[in-house]
Design a protein around this ligand. Sequence first.
Ligand code: GDP
Ligand code: IMO
Ligand code: MG
Length: 426
Amino acid sequence: MSVVAVVGAQWGDEGKGRIVDLLAAEADLVARSQGGSNAGHTVVNASGTFRLHLVPSGIFHPHVTNVIGNGVMVEPQQLLAELDELHAHHVSTDSLVVSDRAHVVMPYHKLLDRLEEGARGAKQVGTTGRGIGPAVQDKVARFGIRVVDLLDPAVFREKLHAVLSLKNRVLTGVYGVEPLREEDIAEECLAAGARLAPRVGDTVALMQRAVADGKRVLLEGAQATLLDVDFGTYPFVTSSSPTVAGACVGLGLPPQSVTGAIGVYKAYLTRVGSGPFPTELNGTVGDRLRERGQEYGTTTGRPRRCGWFDATLARYSARLNGFTSIALTKLDVLDALPTVKVCTGYRRGQARWDAVPADASILAECEPVWEELPGWQTPTSDCRAFEDLPLNAQRYVDRIAALVGLPVALVSVGFAREQIIQIGVG
Ligand code: GDP
Ligand code: IMO
Ligand code: MG
């Protein structure tokens, strides 16, 4: 039996989807546990190029059961659009099971996401606009509508009526916009619910049975540790717990069932949206990383902010999650650079910092302590073994392993499924 979590270790978009697509070949089940269609996981394989938001990245392997767990915020229309797209590429989605306990992202959540952002003025989080924050607010406040409710029109209509009368008071009274029409929402959601119904099930029991039966399970993280609502750079975070612990809650798995945790780290660092970023590169090197790494949001198309690898943040993530190994992605993006830098700690005023402060404005004032390493200026995209990498690239990978204190098990050198070096640890 193995239950391995694949978790974003930075600010998202580390390449979790492509790592899961690779590892799923040796898995029986792949499960998403949190987030929603704010996630955008790019998978490039023989079936095509896909940008998955809700469907787990194990979907391309016909033998794998794919689960959308109770912790995921499900936007039914988005999920159906994704399934249609997969079908258009002849990818079977028969194995997908959606938790009856998962909460539904409703049209008013997406509207409120935009309005709340507007109300923040200069202090915008820079959300993806997918309604995740408002949907989580309703979940925790016990106003949420769940997937199970979509299956019973009478129950759904009753809940919608109660919650929409409140939402419309907020929409008209607080934000001064038009109220939403109950019947339009009911029709749209119930139609989507009817299409999803055959896939809805008790995923908690399914997960626990898989573990009891000794199946090989992969937990596919969305977002990432530095966007965690408790441990990330609050308030510039998402509204979920993208850590290994969060994955257990989002699937109904006991923590001791997890046997391993792979932290997915980009060989440099990116972030979309607002918030502190001590190693950010605002000049030509940042632009080069963005262009070479094609750093534009999978969900929103926004340019990603780029910077050097930050080992302080990387260690923080590793400890919070209990990672057992590292998957290091996009090493090839650094190929052309004469030198590469790594942040090994922070300085603020006269003080040396080795921790991540709770206050985002203090993190924003931290100056990185740099270590500069020679670049390799040799293409790595065709390398398939660690020894194939240029020596300076090997040294860079080894240095990251040493700074984080974990073995590097996977190094990716391109977006295609085969462009990966498996080092065989963890
Ligand atoms: P995720 O959200 O963590 O699954 O990552 P995204 O899919 O949002 O962003 C990762 C982007 O980098 C995608 O466009 C991938 O195709 C691409 N990518 C992943 N790994 C590599 C790699 O090793 N090299 C290069 N050049 N691109 C990669
Ligand atoms: P994947 O799974 C990168 C960021 C948004 C914003 C903040 C809050 O593809 O790695 P939200 O819409 O969640 O309320 O936005 O979180 N964000 C992501 N950044 N990758 C993601 O997912 C993200 N999901 C949310 O840009 O800064
Ligand atoms: Mg992404």
